[in-house]
Ligand binder design. Sequence first.
Ligand code: HAM
Length: 430
Amino acid sequence: MKYSAPPYMNDVLPFPPVKDAWLHTARWRAVEATFREVCRRYGYREIRTPILEHTELFKRSIGEATDIVSKEMFTFETRGGKSLTMKPEGTAPAVRACLEHGLFSDHPVLKLYYVGQNFRYERGQKGRYRQHQQLGVEVFGAVDPAIDAEVIQLAMEFYRTIGITDQALKINSVGTPQSRAAFLEALRDYARPHLADYSQEGQQRFELNALRMLDTKDQGDLRLLENAPRLVDYLDDESKVHFEKLQSYLAEAGVAFEIDHRLVRGFDYYTRTAFEIVGTNLGAQSALGGGGRYDGLVEECGGPSTPGIGFGLGMERCMLVLDTLGIQLPVDDESPLAFIVTLGEEAKVRPAAVRLLAEIRAAGISADMDYRYKKFGQQARTADDLGARYLLVLGDGELDRGVVGLRNQTTKDQRDVPLTDIVSELQGIA
Ligand code: HAM
C-alpha cells in the first residue's frame, strides 16, 4: 500500500520542493511573520481556536442554505454521539470563543487575528484545496466605518509588505437583513420571467439563496443579470451613510478600490460592508481574500448585540501569487553555523564531540554533527549539504593539544582554537 496525502490537501516541506516551490515551510513562516507584524502594528492580538466545533455553530452562523454548510463541511459523529465539524472558516469559532470566555464584556472593542487551518470538501483545483490556511482578523464592538477601513487597510498593507502590489480591492454593501429582503424581492421579480434561460446553478440559487445568483461566473447568467437591480439602491439610510463614509475613509487612507455591485460573498452572516481582494495571477480562483461586516452574528450565536467585521486571506493563494511573481522572501537561514567532524580513535573523539556540541548549542548557536558516517570526507560532505559555515575538526591530535580546528568553509582557512575558547569564538562570528 502506497499512501499519499488526502486529495487536495498539501504537505508543506522543510526544503523547497522542485515542482511546487511555494510549498516550503521557510517561505510560509516568512509570510506568517509579516502578517503577525502588521497585526501587531495595528493593535490586534492572536486568538487560537480548536480545529473542531459543534456542527450547530456553523449551521447557525454561516447559514444552512450556503454551499459551505449544505455541501462542503467535514462533519462526523463522535463516539459520544455528538456531531462535530472541522472548521470551514474562522469567524464563527472566534465569536464562540469570545462569548464562552466573556471577552466582549471585558473589552468593549476587541481586535483579534488568527492563522488557522480550514476544511471544506470542495472540488479541488489550483488555488482551491480541501484544507486551506487563512490569515484572518476579526474586530468586535465597533460600528464606525473607520474600523471597516482599518481592517481593509491592514489586509492591503500586508500584501504590499510581502510584495504583492497588483491586487484589486472590490467593495460593496449588502445592507441589513431588512433592506436585503426588499432587494431580494426585486431581484427575484427581475429574474423570474427569464428563469428558464439561467444556468442550472442559477435556477437552483434562485430557489435557495437568490442573493448568490449574483456571484456567478456563468457567461449566460452574467448577460441576463446585466440590468439586474443593485444592492446599493435598496440600502436603508444608515447603511447608505456607512457605505459612503467607508469610501471616504479608504480614500483618506490612500487605499484604491472599486465598487462591485455583484459582490455578495458566500455567507449569510454579512451585513453592510463586503469586500474582496482579487489577485491578477490566480486564474479561476482569483480571490486572494475576503471579508465583511457581520453585525448580527454575535447575537445569532447567543450573545449580546455586538457588531463585528473581519476578513480571511487565503495563504495558499498568496503563496501561489508570490511564486508566479518570482518574489523572494526573506527566509531565515536554517543552516548550522558550525558542524563537528571527528577523526581518529572513536572512543576518544566521539564523546568529546557530543560534549562540545551540547556546549555550543546551550550557548544558543546552531550546530550539528554527522550520526551516520565515521569517515572524515563523508562527514564533511554532510556538512556541505546542510550549508554549514564552519567545520569544527576534532581528532586525536586536537584533543591531545586541547584545541579544535576551526575551518571556514568559504575560504577553506583552518586554524586551531583552544577548546575552552571555541564557544566565545563562535559567538563572535554568529
Ligand atoms: P472566504 O471568502 O470563504 O471567507 O475565505 C477567505 C479566503 O480564504 C478566500 O478569499 C480564499 O483566498 C481562501 N480560501 C477559501 N476557501 C479556500 C479553498 N478551498 N482553498 C484555498 N483557499 C481558500 C471566510 O472564510 C470568512 N470567514 C472571512 C471573514 C472573516 N469574514 C469576516 N471575517
